[in-house]
Design a protein around this ligand. Structure first.
Ligand SMILES: Cc1ncc(COP(=O)(O)O)c(C=O)c1O
Length: 392
């Protein structure tokens, strides 16, 4: 049978990134091997009991349909939080609740770009971006973020990539996989480019609570940008509830009106009880959120220090997020081969960044989301493996 052209556009190299992850799962289940899995970005702490309790209680109260764009209370809470954090007006009419940031990016970009349009993405980028862009039919134009600049944006390079077809400039800070947290001035310069060239600014802020080197600057905080800015975020990382699939899109009200029709045909509302749990997360200052941030801040420093002992490798201490990048270009083998052999010989699973865009080639993305003891053991095995390469 024939499938629609869409199927080819959603299965690019980004989808291959997870190869090592799936191989690790297979080894674990079929061969019973004990693998230290440092591939996924799912925080390892338990979520706040207050969120779970409210979601569970709400499920007993009501498990019917929720409003298409999300219930009023949770949309209002997202808006109030955004207004408080950025100092810029944000109302319920600016907000749509979606099934995680992933769905948020997908739905938002469907409304912003289509065939014939160009979408500028800074790479290395999160592995799903290619398919999200491909699904719209738009062309993705990648602008490299260079390791020599700590993966911070080169505003001139972005400006050079803009053409009359460009519709969207897509950023992600704190970034996955690089861990860069953009400076306020960098976000302002990117916003200025969007104004000058009449572009949408799409900002993936899913790691907003996990900024270590400097405070997170939301794209929404930029003056006179609320008509062209779309922020996507979720509770997945900050509140350790990725399974809730609870995220949001903040944008101009006309976008939210278009999203209504898209969500009407795509998902017909989310889970009302999870939105009730989200309300607790969004309206209370839960100590668990700070604890999660402190844990990853500490682990990122300790783990990068540990990896610095790996010969011919260079760890990049992240400025935010859940990952450490390891530059293995000096080892003489490619990052995918490094990842494959590390898994076979040391039972440690990490991701090669080659599928995160050309700038990721030669780097590994190593997740900090296992407990301290496992992380220390995983790091020691990576060092041992790098040493074995040198002696070979
Ligand atoms: C950069 C980035 N954006 C979006 C997502 C998707 O997040 P969610 O779980 O909210 O769908 C992830 C998840 O790992 C991510 O790393």
């Amino acid at each position: 049978m024939r499938y629609a052209p869409l199927v080819a556009r959603i299965a690019g190299s980004g989808a291959d990134v997870w190869k090592t992850h799936f191989r690790a799962a297979k080894l674990r289940h079929e061969e019973g091997r004990e693998i230290i899995d440092l591939t996924v970005g799912s925080p390892d702490q338990p979520p706040a009991a207050a969120i779970l309790d409210e979601a569970a209680a709400a499920m007993r109260r009501y498990s019917g349909y929720a409003a298409i764009l999300g219930g009023f209370p949770v949309r209002r809470a997202v808006a109030a939080r955004m207004a408080k954090r950025t100092g810029m007006p944000c109302e319920m009419a600016n907000v749509a609740i979606v099934a995680g940031a992933q769905a948020g990016l997908y739905f938002a970009l469907q409304c912003l770009a289509g065939p014939g349009d160009e979408v500028i993405v800074l790479e290395p980028m999160y592995a799903t971006y290619e398919a999200v862009c491909g699904a719209t039919g738009a062309t993705m134009v990648q602008v490299p973020l260079l390791p020599e600049r700590g993966f911070h944006p080169d505003i001139d390079a972005i400006a050079r990539a803009i053409t009359p077809r460009t519709r969207v400039l897509w950023i992600n800070s704190p970034s996955n996989p690089t861990g860069a947290v953009f400076e306020r001035e960098e976000v302002a310069a990117i916003a200025a480019l969007c104004q000058k060239h009449d572009l949408w600014l799409l900002s993936d802020e899913v790691y907003e609570e996990l900024a270590y080197a400097r405070p997170h600057t939301s794209a929404w905080s930029q003056p006179d940008m609320q008509g062209r800015t779309v922020v996507v975020s979720s509770l997945s990382k900050s509140h350790v509830v990725p399974g809730f699939r609870l995220g949001w899109i903040v944008g101009p009200p006309p976008l939210v009106e278009h999203l209504f029709y898209l969500l009407l045909c795509a998902q017909y509302g989310g889970a009302p009880f999870l939105q009730a749990g989200a309300l607790v997360a969004l309206t209370q200052d839960l100590p668990e959120v700070a604890a999660v941030r402190d844990t990853y801040r500490r682990r990122s420093v300790e783990f990068a220090d540990l990896l610095a002992r790996a010969p011919s490798c260079r760890p990049l201490r992240p400025e935010g997020g859940l990952f450490v990048m390891l530059d293995v270009r000096g080892t003489g083998i490619s990052a995918p081969v490094f990842a494959d052999q590390l898994l076979e010989r040391e039972n440690v699973a990490v991701l090669a960044c080659d599928g995160f865009g050309p700038g990721g080639v030669g780097h590994l993305r190593i997740s900090l989301t296992v407990d301290d003891a496992q992380l220390a053991e995983g790091g020691a095995r990576i060092v041992r493996f790098a040493e074995s390469l040198r002696s070979a």
